[in-house]
Design a protein around this ligand. Sequence first.
Ligand code: SF4
Length: 284
Amino acid sequence: MKKTVSFSPDASNVFFHILTACNLKCRHCYINPKEHGTESLALSTIESWLAIFAGQSKKANIIFLGGEPTLHPDLPKAVKTARNEGYSSITIDTNGFLFNDILSKLTPGDVDFFSFSLDGATRHINDMIRGGGVYDKCIESVKKAVSEGYSTSLIYTVSGNNLHELHLMGPLLENLGINRFFIQVIGLRGKSSKAGKKNLQVSKSEWTDIVPKAAEEISKRGITVTYPKVYLEKNEKFECAAIVAKNYFIFPNGRVYRCPLCEDFPIHSMEIRDNRLHRHILLP
Ligand code: SF4
């Protein structure tokens, strides 16, 4: 079975933002150019950074993202380099626009998953969050990827705006032939931090009443569903994801965060710098 990002304690995931530019302006976008930079990395830099993180952990899953990573013309070459570096799995996160004819420049053997983002089961809700015309484009691209033999996953970021449509996702995912479904919780960072908690954050009862049940129903269709715990019971221990798992969130300005909660702030765990021989080094 093909692998992709994994959120278990022993997993290692490298979330590589190769650029921050995007064709969309989603309401909840977490990209913060002040903290993440605005560069589009050169292929030579991408390859050098891939080598650094392959060396940190040989079993890491790599996830190419942005911005919209398919806007980067060298993404196919970067994917092939990641394979040669021995990454355990390769995923491309996309908003569905699939620029630069990416499907025809790769094969299902090159990339383990194309992961699409959709934030509503209906055109109305998705496009209210992600922009007009995005629902239709994303569905069309999923169909194309599936018909060309690629494995696909879909990310649904739950907020107060779309929680009520989560239970409608099962038939849509099954009809499209999507293999894995990731339910995420909205993070109050980037644009969402400015919008505030109102209408975005879901309460403990809303989350626990709806999400696990919807996930179970969807999984009965043979789709692997992953969702975060979000709310702990009183006797449950808090375990920081940045400590129990090896996650690296790399941004084009060279900052490496271990925890997404910090991404709106200058505080970060590591930094990639150019040394005198123009080889990149990773500094704690
Ligand atoms: S597709 Fe992703 S990067 Fe682009 S605006 Fe939406 S959330 Fe931000």
